[in-house]
Design a protein around this ligand. Structure first.
Ligand code: N01
Length: 536
């Protein structure tokens, strides 16, 4: 298809104005590049713009889940809670956009439709759905690993007479569930955060569960100001120590360096209990092999099931809420009163694993076990993760190679950053990188800095393009796979594997080797003149 001539030319086109897009724009401008961000939403903030369901908050502590690139920013910004709530995270994104004067480089309400690589000019032609187009030397996908909501194809969905909400696309106007009968489908992280709050508002809440979720308590509360002062006294040092942690966070509580199998039953119980009291992901570091060895994993899984049985009064409900898969294999949820919510008289749990949903009706839904009526439906059904957003675009590289063809069997790339056949295209925190296994802001800052160094290298050497080689991609796919095989992550149907989306190729997408090793690897590749990439 012949493309109309692009209307504007920029050095770098960035897709998405979440944390990745904001920092990429700031960095690019610092290098003297003319950069532009296209953002589909009418505001900045990415994930935190869209995911404004009741109870939405981050599951990494606020003092860690924030930018480190600017000392004055990290000193001056003050979080109110241990785990920041969505409105505060959105204020932070807006503050960053204002503080660094980024707004005039961001085109809001402008959804990218596609991009084609133009061989003669060695540039990308990027089209927006509005019909506008840009020519750009570099194309940076800062569109996020969890940005395409998964809307399952439930028969009859359009027949439902009441409102239907998706947690990842929540309305901006307040939603009032008081005196309403509400249904939630899904029990992942989003549902686990939303359910306790919806249950307090609604007259009745029915939760439709296909797979039970493990959740550890957040113990959220106001941020301890002494702790804040202590961190800020050496924020840069704290950030550097966190970057040497497996997940890019948690240096104040390193994993216990022994195997769960080497501890006595009493020692294990004490370690699990101590970490449960701390909350969040801490419990998964109670021993060093909980995510590596299924036997060790079974011990901590049983500890959490014991907590569920202790919290949930009705034994049948406790049983149904008790997961049977390996813990951590799907991202551990971090909750505030999730299990206890099922003790409320207005909350009911329905097993749609044994009795699947047959169809949505005008008044509710029907499963193979019965009819359910409600006034409002909340879909907490997650995302077409990691690849969903790119696979929906008309993205074509050299010789018209389409991304759908390139990734038909799963995402292929090198270091998660570059794709063979797609020159000068960089992907931030996507498949093939530690992405969602890392404090994602650490992952974002690392990728943006790497991309900036790479562009500086190209310019310093009079080079025009960089793209992954096919050999490096094949080796990297095996590297990602091998890292997953050393863990328990292949043992359940998670979004990491694409298993939550019907028909999606089953391929483990994030890199499970830990952020420090990955960052060292990326640094080595850069140091060695970008081996594994083709530079021209
Ligand atoms: O999505 P999910 P999420 N019929 O995929 C069910 C991040 N996040 O939005 O497990 C019936 O985890 C599905 O069932 P099953 C975080 O990385 C972070 O909750 O596939 N049910 C599951 O129960 C997280 O991992 C926070 O059997 C269907 C649920 O819907 C990621 O985002 C907060 C279904 C989806 O759970 C995704 O979380 C929120 C169907 N057809 C999100 N399809 C923080 O705390 C899906 N389900 C920072």
């Amino acid at each position: 298809m012949k493309q109309p001539a692009p209307t504007h030319a920029v050095d770098m086109l960035i897709v998405g104005a979440g944390f990745a897009g904001l920092y990429m724009l700031h960095k690019a401008r610092g290098m003297g590049l003319d950069a532009l961000v296209l953002e589909a939403a009418p505001g900045v903030g990415g994930t935190w713009y869209h995911n404004r369901y009741p109870g939405a908050r981050v599951d990494i502590q606020s003092m860690e889940y924030s930018f480190s690139f600017d000392e004055a920013l990290q000193q001056q910004w003050r979080w109110s809670e241990r785990y920041a709530p969505q409105p505060e995270l959105l204020r932070y994104a807006n503050h960053v956009a204002d503080r660094f004067g980024l707004r005039d480089g961001i085109r809001l309400s402008t959804r990218m439709a596609g991009a084609h690589f133009d061989e003669p000019s060695q540039r990308w032609t990027v089209q927006a759905e509005s019909g506008e187009s840009w020519s750009a030397r570099f194309l940076v996908m800062a569109s996020g690993p969890l940005s395409s909501p998964n809307l399952p194809d439930f028969a009859g969905l359009k027949d439902f007479a009441g409102p239907v909400y998706h947690t990842a696309n929540w309305p901006h106007e307040p939603v009032d569930f008081s005196a309403r009968r509400v249904a939630v489908i899904g029990t992942g992280s989003s549902a686990v955060q939303a359910i306790p709050i919806i249950a307090r508002q609604a007259s009745e809440l029915t939760v439709f569960q296909r797979t039970a979720a493990y959740a550890a308590p957040a113990h959220n509360g106001p941020l301890d100001r002494e702790f804040e002062a202590r961190i800020k006294a050496d924020y840069a040092g704290y950030r550097a120590r966190n970057r040497r942690m497996h997940g890019g966070f948690g240096s104040l509580l390193p994993p216990n360096p022994v195997s769960a199998l080497a501890a006595s039953a009493d020692e294990r119980e004490a370690a699990f209990e101590q970490r449960w009291k701390i909350g969040g992901f801490a419990i998964l570091g109670a021993f060093n092999d909980l995510l590596l060895n299924e036997q060790s994993n079974a011990l901590v899984a049983e500890f959490v099931r014991g907590k569920i049985r202790a919290i949930v009064k009705h034994p049948d409900t406790a049983q149904l809420l008790s997961p049977t898969h390996t813990i951590g294999c799907k991202r551990l949820c971090v909750d505030s009163g999730y299990y206890d919510t099922f003790n409320r008289p207005n909350v009911r749990l329905v097993d749609i694993n044994q009795a699947p949903i047959e169809r949505i009706t005008s008044k509710g839904l029907r499963t193979s076990g019965g009819e359910f009526e409600f006034d409002a439906l909340v879909l907490a059904t997650g995302f077409d993760a990691m690849t969903g957003t790119m696979m929906r675009l008309d993205l074509r590289g050299r010789d018209g190679l389409r991304i759908q063809e390139k990734w038909h069997a799963g995402p292929l790339n090198y270091l998660g950053l570059g794709i063979a056949g797609f020159p000068n295209l960089f992907n931030i925190a996507g498949p093939g990188s530690t992405s969602a296994f890392t404090n994602v802001i650490v992952a974002i800052e690392h990728h943006v800095d790497w991309i900036a160094d790479c562009i500086a290298y190209l310019d310093a050497h009079g080079l025009h393009t960089i793209e992954a080689s096919e050999q490096a991609e094949a080796a990297w796919a095996e590297h990602v796979n091998a890292a997953a095989r050393r863990t328990v992550f292949l043992s359940c149907n998670s979004w990491y594997l694409g298993a939550n989306i019907e028909g999606k190729p089953r391929m483990f997408m994030p890199l499970a080797e830990g952020f420090p090793r990955y960052a060292d690897h990326c640094a080595q590749v850069a140091h060695d003149g970008y081996v594994g990439f083709v530079l021209q």
